[in-house]
Design a binder for this molecule. Structure first.
Ligand code: ZN
Length: 412
């Protein structure tokens, strides 16, 4: 079997790994890079038999629209729904790829390969690692994962009953060189949110991803403890609706202390796509919060949103400072890509006297200690770093490390 990392051996984002036997070629992820100067991949020239997407983050699926639409793309069903919702609400057409879904822990065949998806805990919902078997070899691709989220049981289960006899482990190493101590657990983030909004005299904003369900839960719990109302946008409300399919315990529209803020543009999009949103638009009205209500009692609200909501933040910067709880990767603040619209203005809030800028975040990625535990139980014959800026540091956690630079073919 031949193995090539097209991109991702020494960077975070833009991951794409190719595995091929004589008869079958598959890709693990086909992501959009986070940096403009990343290695270019000629996607049209790849012609795989299938693509496996580990989770619905752009840096793992973002290039599927340049793939030949006939090529099968395998992704979790919920992940696909969230991607569709994002595109629809942004006014972009849906992907025309040939999508297929899989179920966790249920093996399926792709030509010479047998693939078993493993549901993992990450800051995206519906995230998977993959066990891939062919020609008597076993490869495990970790995808993006962690051991400290609210679904850490998935990691614990894997540690208790790991896949065995792994020849090659592709393991992510996002946290290889970061300070791992600041917010070790999601509960620390919740506490910080609570302390920040507890004595607020103006509105608070929390800037995070609508797909970061742990963070929505933390924001909601912070609100419950202080009697504030959590305000979400239409997209977040829709994401939480989709989660009803897999969990009863995540906050959603209709729960006490949750209201939805309707922007004109998103609302118009809902109107234009009744086939996609069903009766969701009608139900939204019951739970909407009006701009006037926010203005009358700003201290009563915590507004959960993206960086692109920054203009709304400016509306409240009057007499009292506004709380801006920045609750995602700090690296986005220096991203040059348009994908991270609003980053520059957001970065400006850090020194703005009218903004109480607070950082509260725990990573979607495993800490160095957890990566080490994972590598120790999987005992791969070879451990190849991916999704990391520090592949050289992997030797600190395992002695079976072998770096495989982008574009180099290795025969297994
Ligand atoms: Zn990633």
């Amino acid at each position: 079997m031949n193995v090539i990392i097209h991109r991702g051996a020494s960077e975070i984002g833009g991951t794409c790994i190719q595995l091929s036997t004589d008869n079958t070629t598959i890709l693990l992820d086909l992501g959009l890079p986070l940096n403009k100067d990343s290695r270019h991949i000629d996607v049209a020239a790849l012609k795989p038999d299938a693509v496996l997407i580990s989770h619905p983050h752009q840096d793992h699926f973002g290039l599927i629209d340049v793939l030949d639409p006939g090529i099968p793309v395998f992704i979790g069903e919920l992940g696909k729904k969230l991607i569709d919702a994002t595109r629809t609400l942004l006014g972009n057409p849906l992907h025309t790829n040939n999508f297929h879904h899989f179920k966790s822990w249920e093996p399926f065949s792709l030509g010479d390969f047998t693939v078993t998806p493993y549901l993992v805990d990450h800051s995206a919902v519906d995230a998977y690692g993959f066990l891939i078997e062919a020609e008597g070899k076993k490869i495990f691709y970790s995808g993006d994962f962690r051991a400290h989220g609210r679904k850490s049981i998935l990691f614990d289960n894997m540690i208790k009953k790991p896949p065995t006899d792994i020849d090659l482990l592709f393991m992510e190493g996002t946290m290889m060189q970061r300070n791992n101590d600041l917010f070790p657990e999601e509960s620390d983030v919740e506490q910080k949110i609570y302390e920040t909004i507890r004595s607020q005299e103006n509105i608070s904003f929390i800037i995070s991803s609508s797909q970061n369900i742990d963070r929505i839960v933390s924001a909601y719990r912070g609100c419950k403890r202080t009697g504030k109302t959590l305000v979400i946008d239409i997209y977040t409300a829709w994401v939480l609706e989709q989660l009803k399919l897999v969990s009863d315990s995540t906050p959603k529209m209709g729960w006490e202390l949750i209201q939805v803020y309707l922007t004109h543009k998103q609302h118009e999009t809902l109107k234009d796509h009744p086939e996609f949103f069903g009766d969701f638009r009608q139900r939204l009205y019951q739970y909407r919060v009006l701009k006037e209500e926010l203005q009358a009692n700003p201290a009563g609200y915590l507004f959960f949103g993206k960086m692109s909501h920054f203009r709304t933040i400016d509306l409240y910067k009057r007499v009292k400072p506004v709380n801006v709880i920045y609750s995602q990767w700090l690296g986005y603040l220096s991203c040059s890509d348009n994908e991270y619209y609003g980053a520059e203005a957001m970065a400006g809030y850090q020194d703005d006297p009218l903004v109480n800028f607070v950082y509260a975040h725990t990573s979607g990625h495993a800490t160095v200690d957890d990566l080490k535990r994972f590598a120790e139980v999987l005992k791969p014959k070879m451990l190849v770093p991916v999704h990391t800026q520090h592949p050289q540091n992997f030797i600190l956690i395992s002695d079976s490390v072998r770096s495989l630079p982008d574009g180099i073919t290795m025969t297994l």
